[in-house]
Design a protein around this ligand. Structure first.
Ligand code: UD1
Ligand code: CA
Length: 464
């Protein structure tokens, strides 16, 4: 006996008004369908089948290898969607949870409770009480309170539309007999679709029992059919994730202005300031202050670091880093401990040794910078000659004078110094000084020669 999951993700999602398939729209940088897959797997489902249809290739391309992909050729209704999996499930025994790819907030615990409610019954439905049931199927109950049917809004009578208990579209079925029952469902209804919801009637006709549980937090079953609902679901998920991090010791000055993706990890005593976006598999160690206005994607930040108003992409940052304001770490940077990357500094594919400072207005790309190096304001690596990229190596304790142009490929030795404003095109030996610039020329009395009418006694006078 096992628990399996089937995720319906074949629909078009017309109301999104998008070229992107609905289940690939994102909450906190992860596609909707990924949340549903994670919930099914976290609830202990051993196999997860995803039914694709509309824009199949795009959807299948983002599905993880841990799911089985099944194609529904025609979108003729949710009963047919489940029937599509019959061959794949041949011989399987146990329970099948049916989920929608556009209901991303469902908790694994709720799924587990639903599977339990299905024990001893042919099926169990997850229902919810909502203030505004518009658009949902309504749950019908008999005088004993047991489910007697589900009626779609378009097929409901005026009276049935007043019912505020809705079908969330999430079910658990006993696999035995399921496909035979699905084949008994017709499409004689307002939308001429094969409704999965009609299986309730099929069960009751066979005197097979139908269970249900009602979700206590209705926000879990919020479906995403429009961009308005996408934003609402994002707010719920953001709050859920942020509250869990705050409970584990992370400070958020304004949690509604921090966006932390589901795979991010944060350690206690880190503070997130407003307008911080953390995504991918980012890891932030303890005692950091991140933000304001900061975006970090797939990167790790060591303990005790500050990242202020900056962007960090696919990079590793050591402990006690001081980054920003307005630093831009592009992919492939590795910063060892105690590094300072200051105002408006851009790094790409660069290894920076411990204790090194790049405090102001630099671009350092494709470089290996040693430990305890100081790179003066405005210095840059000229790593691209229009055709190819070349590497720069700077040894430990080198001192790069302000506005040095380092024309790669070039190596600057350990303890070497470059003069301010030099263009360095040749290797600099360890401990040497390299200066490359014309001698300064002084032309006395220049201002008066240029503007003979001006008062020569007023040297500070502004020239126009
Ligand atoms: C469905 C339920 C309704 C419930 C609501 C909850 C039916 C008949 N109705 O209505 O009672 O209140 O969900 O959100 O099931 N899909 C396919 N293939 C198809 C048709 C749909 O994969 O042929 C997928 C869709 O992509 C979607 C899910 O199934 O993920 C639900 O289909 P949708 O048409 O959105 O059903 P609702 O009208 O929302
Ligand atoms: Ca629909």
């Amino acid at each position: 006996m096992s628990n399996l999951a089937l995720i319906m993700a074949a629909g078009q999602g017309t109301r999104m008004k998008s070229n992107t398939p609905k289940v690939l729209h994102q909450i906190l940088d992860a596609p909707l369908v990924q949340y549903v897959i994670s919930a099914a797997q976290a609830a202990g489902c051993e196999r997860t089948l995803v039914i694709t249809g509309h824009q199949r290739e795009e959807v299948e391309a983002v599905l993880p290898d841990t799911v089985e992909k099944i194609y529904q050729a025609e979108r003729i209704g949710t009963a047919n969607t489940v029937l599509t999996a019959e061959q794949a499930l041949e011989g399987a025994q146990g329970k099948l949870v049916v989920l929608s790819g556009d209901v991303p907030l469902l908790r694994p615990e709720t799924l587990q409770a639903l599977m339990e409610a299905c024990t001893g019954s042919a099926m169990a439905v997850l229902t919810a009480h909502v203030d505004d049931p518009m658009g949902y199927g309504r749950v019908l109950r008999n005088e004993y309170g047991t489910i007697s049917g589900i009626v779609e809004e378009k097929d409901a009578t005026e009276e049935q539309r007043l019912i505020t208990e809705i079908n969330t579209g999430i079910y658990c079925f006993e696999l035995e007999g399921l496909f035979d029952r699905l084949r008994k469902i017709g499409n004689d209804n307002a939308q001429h679709e094969y409704y999965l919801t009609d299986i309730v009637q099929v069960c009751l006709d066979e005197e097979a029992s139908v269970g249900s549980i009602t979700v206590s937090d209705a926000s879990e079953t919020l479906g995403v059919n429009s961009r308005v609902q996408l934003a609402a679901a994002t707010r719920v998920m953001q709050r859920r994730i942020n509250e869990a991090w705050m409970m584990s010791g992370v400070t958020m000055v304004a949690p509604e202005l921090c966006w932390v993706a589901p795979d991010v990890t944060l350690e206690p005593d880190t503070t997130l300031l407003p307008m911080t976006f953390l995504s991918g598999a980012t890891k932030i160690a303890s005692g950091c202050v991140i933000g304001p206005d900061t975006r970090i994607i797939n990167s790790s930040i060591g303990a005790g670091s500050l990242v202020d108003s900056s962007i960090v992409l696919y990079s590793e940052v050591g402990q006690r880093a001081d980054i920003g304001p307005r630093a831009y770490l592009r992919p492939g940077c590795v910063l060892e401990n105690d590094v300072k990357i200051g105002t408006s500094v851009e790094l790409k594919g660069t290894h920076v040794g411990s204790g090194t400072k790049i405090p102001h207005l630099s671009y350092i790309g494709d470089a290996k910078v040693g430990a305890d190096v100081n790179i003066g304001a405005g210095s840059i690596t000229c790593n691209y000659d229009g055709q190819k990229k070349s590497r720069t190596v700077i040894g430990d304790s080198a001192f790069i004078g302000s506005s040095t142009m380092i024309v790669a490929p070039v190596t600057i030795g350990a303890h070497a110094t470059t003069g301010a404003a030099s263009a360095i095109t040749k290797d600099v030996p360890d401990g040497a000084l390299a200066v490359e610039r014309g001698d300064q020329t002084i032309i006395e009395g220049w201002a008066q020669r240029r503007h003979p009418g001006d008062n020569a006694d007023a040297p500070g006078k502004e020239a126009h």
